[in-house]
Design a binder for this molecule. Sequence first.
Ligand code: SF4
Length: 257
Amino acid sequence: MSEHILSLSYGKDSLACLGAIEQLGWPLDRIVHAEVWATDTIQADLPPMVEFKAKTDEIIKARWGIKVEHIRSKLTAESIFYHKRLRGNRTGQIAGWPMINGCEFQKPLKVRPIQLATKGGITYLGIAFDEPRRFHTLNALKKSPLVEAGWTEDMCREWCEKNDLLSPIYTTATRGGCWFCHNQSVKQLRLLRRDYPEYWTLMLKWDRDSPVAFHQDGHTVHDFEHRFQLEDDGLISPDNKGFRWSMLDSELNFRLL
Ligand code: SF4
């Protein structure tokens, strides 16, 4: 008999699968989560998310009797970042920021560990009833209890709220995903620098060592540092509206704000 495994991200849809599985009477043997690590000692999640996961694991153990398995790759974001390329036109250079072809952290740190942990089993994925654009990933081995039970994203959120399982990413400024993500908003970067200066310092170090820019438009973490410092000094507005990178080069422009 195949095992039935929930691939848990701790997002609302993923957690609501627990409710839908209960409602459908589907079997559930294991729950797995791929934990991404920034370095050997620092997780990729921000501390409020780390706390939420620990609290959630206790609730799941108490109510469903299953210990969530936190699996991880031997690699970290830092080890991938500093891995020297053996092929291509950047041979000998370290990888640096993963801006080319999406995110180079995703597969080795998230996708592959989950594939290994769920191999041979039937995996439950948190795809909601109102997300038809994601239905193509479902098949005989990858099922969505939410689609089967007709649960929409709003229903998932409601279920999580009722069961004290709503992640802080929906109710506070906490970011979901990696704190060093190149896809995060300027607002999130500003908050990271303000609230987690030690993480920001690490990003500045990686930025110094990276052979490629943090953003595809060529802007670096140091450019953001410059921008945020000017905001702190009251020289430009922290309101993103009307901001132009050229303001960083022209003292005159600051006075216009
Ligand atoms: S959150 Fe960002 S950095 Fe982390 S795996 Fe996803 S895209 Fe990559």
